[in-house]
Design a binder for this molecule. Sequence first.
Ligand code: URA
Length: 408
Amino acid sequence: MNIIDIINKKRLGKELSYKELEYAFLGYLNKQHEDYQMSSLLMAIVINGMTLEETIDLTDIFIKSGDVYDLSSIDKNIVDKHSTGGVGDSTTLIVGPIVASCGLKMAKISGRGLGITGGTIDKLESIPNFDVKLTKREFLHNLKTVGFVDSSQTTNLVPLDKIIYNLRNNSGTTESLPLIVSSIMSKKIASGADIILIDIKVGKGALVKTKKDANLMSRWMKEIGVHYNKKVVTIITDMNTPLSNSIGNALEVEEAMQVLKGKDCKLYEVSKEISSILISLAKNISMEEAQEEVEKSIISGRAYNKFLEFVKSQKGDIKKLKIDANIKVIKSKYNGTLKEIDALKIGRLALKLGAGKINDRETIDYSAGVKLYKNIGDKVKKGEILATLYTNKNIKITEDDINCFEIN
Ligand code: URA
């Protein structure tokens, strides 16, 4: 077998066998192939796709590249959730504390930003001293004692996804249904939860652009769940507009804290839906009962306190969370109604401001990002503030960069 033949086979749109996928991907992990060879194969996959069988095989190869956690001694209905990637999506920081404060255990392995979409690990790292690199022992201990734990892939948990994820981010190969499915599902299966909810984001600011692809992704993820004897549920939610009014790592942590303190907004609605589904499945109660539990956890302050406990358990110092960037204001040029906030353009703008990175030479500015002050449907007056931009980069912001709002 050789890597060039495998790249060419996929370039011609042919199906790869388990052995060929293993040779290519495990070979890359073992440094037998070069970055440019794996990038070519990934691009051929982006262009020509993979079958469900190939995707299940790739997921399996990812899982077997490292440890698989057995959480059965901790609880029998451990839950997990994952978003396929969006702009301003900090639901994990809200759902984890809510469900843990309602007595569930949520074991989560998260990723970094991918393309224009944010990653939970970057958001958590904006909290000074927060430890995202937990050992297996620490992960299990926190799950048992706090009820919510969130870690990056340690060297032993799906190490193959970790390096492929980074390569995809740096090679324009993020938007591929089979690559997204195998990346997410391998982490979900390996980290050991029994009930897995996948929030498939669809729209301009998502990695998945069409409802058709979202439906197919949902079907494949459920098939993989059946394959590994896991309960997989999916929801499909809009990502044409940013999910929250804050985009950028520390800004999103602040916003998540406001939601946990009772702020009512779209981010809360989606978080409530995800939390209620998980609680209803894990406790075998109706959605109405589960929603009531969610509301009570917010009103009583239990969910917010659980967030503080979670941050402390991973050594984070929330009091030191800072947004110490320079600020630029975007004002409306027109009177009218806000018709659209383009999630893709906002995501690109946040990336340019430094909230994410497109290669390994760059570093993330945790304070960077965008804060939005108006929602779709709001009346806007000429000169009113639409957004503030936060950055420490010495960059020129052009009219095109901030052309994210449609007002008429
Ligand atoms: N989240 C992941 O973990 N992987 C992807 O490919 C996309 C979103």
